[in-house]
Write a protein that binds this ligand. Structure first.
Ligand code: SF4
Length: 366
């Protein structure tokens, strides 16, 4: 059900319009879960919010005492408020997220949630991709994300060491690269490089220190390492170390031994920091307003299907088929997370962290 405020056409938000909006909320909104939208005079959705009690939440905007308060600023940009009721707070949360992704309202974007507990490792695109720690999706869909990991700072430290061990770059994303197999090497004079190349912690793709394919090999090793799918980086270092030992180059072999030990420790560390996405896979039944109960089929932290709680044996058969279809699909062992799933994964993990008792409503699928 959608309810709205009558609009005064072509007028800026004024006290008179605010008064109309407030009366409309007071007279028609109900105290039940839902999602609301603030719309500007030209119909742009400037803000999307959700609440367990829509009426109380909306009325609280009109009580903002100072013009610089978030609520007052949003309200002064809006000429109308619309809202939809949802069966539960959880349903409101999901709908809010989907609307924010769809409409990207300016106040939601400006006030983007920070302080999240989780971090991701993002692999940027070529040339010379680099790994960075981020709190959520940034940039384009084509970027690759690993995670989530718990504790951004610790992940940052571990990633620095992974970069050093595999000699990957960690400098400005827009720094011009000059691979050794590029023809215009005369341009090297324009790139200063940095100390990391000199001390053997970066292959130096900016100063012709490696070819593009040599650098790509290291990136592939980093990806395999972060995926946890194979021991590529560790095996590579071990092979190098053994070859140098056989050639009696003990000093250089010792450097590889240290890197190897560090990488093995990092593997264990990334394992501890990694949030077990697979734990967020179950059937979750949520009681709804006036019996509007919903069932969510959640796999790897993302709602794959939602349906009304079955009331007949036919409904139950339909649900069982859906459960079979969704949970029977083979699980990828990769730690890579599709960009478009990150926000929902963060939302679900934060929901079950805030309300651990909700786990009692879940049922594992065997
Ligand atoms: S050596 Fe060049 S590519 Fe490597 S980190 Fe330093 S500036 Fe970046």
């Amino acid at each position: 059900m959608t309810r709205g405020t009558p609009r005064l056409e072509n007028l800026p938000t004024s006290d008179a319009q605010l008064s109309i909006m407030k009366s409309n909320v007071r007279d028609t909104a109900a105290d039940r879960p839902g999602v609301y939208r603030m719309l500007s005079s030209d119909g742009e959705i400037v803000y999307v919010g959700k609440s367990k009690r829509v009426r109380s939440r909306l009325l609280s905007y009109f009580r903002c005492a100072y013009p610089e308060e978030k609520g007052a600023r949003i309200l002064r940009s809006a000429e109308a408020i619309e809202w939809d009721y949802t069966p539960s707070e959880f349903a409101a949360l999901l709908q809010e997220l989907r609307m924010i992704k769809r409409f990207r309202p300016r106040y939601n974007v400006a006030m983007k949630r920070d302080g999240r507990n989780y971090a991701f490792i993002k692999l940027t695109k070529a040339p010379a991709p680099k790994l960075i720690v981020v709190r959520g999706p940034t940039g384009e869909d084509a970027d690759i994300y690993y995670g989530p990991f718990v504790g951004a700072q610790r992940v940052d430290g571990a990633l620095r060491e992974l970069n050093d061990a595999l000699m990957l770059r960690d400098c400005r994303a827009d720094l011009k690269m000059f691979f050794s197999d590029q023809t215009e090497l005369f341009q090297l004079a324009r790139t200063p490089g940095c100390i990391r190349h000199e001390i053997g912690k970066c292959l130096g793709p900016c100063v012709g220190g490696c070819s593009e394919s040599q650098y790509s090999e290291r990136v592939a090793l980093a990806r395999a390492f972060l995926d946890g799918s194979d021991d590529g980086p560790i095996n590579m270092l071990r092979t190098q170390m053994e070859r140098l030992s056989a050639e009696l180059q003990f000093e250089r072999a010792a450097v590889y031994r240290d890197k190897l030990e560090r990488l093995e420790a990092l593997r264990a560390q990334f394992g501890r920091l990694r949030f077990a996405v697979e734990n967020l896979s179950f059937v979750y039944t949520v009681p709804g307003h006036e019996g509007e109960d919903k069932v969510y089929l959640i796999r790897r932290g993302v709602v794959r299907a939602e349906l009304s709680k079955p009331k007949s044996s036919r409904d139950r058969r339909t649900m069982k088929q859906l459960v079979d279809d969704i949970f029977a699909q083979p699980v990828s062992v990769t730690a890579q997370v599709p960009t478009h799933e990150i926000d929902e994964l963060l939302l679900l993990s934060s929901w079950f962290r805030r309300f651990p008792n909700e786990m009692k409503r879940t049922r594992q699928v065997s």
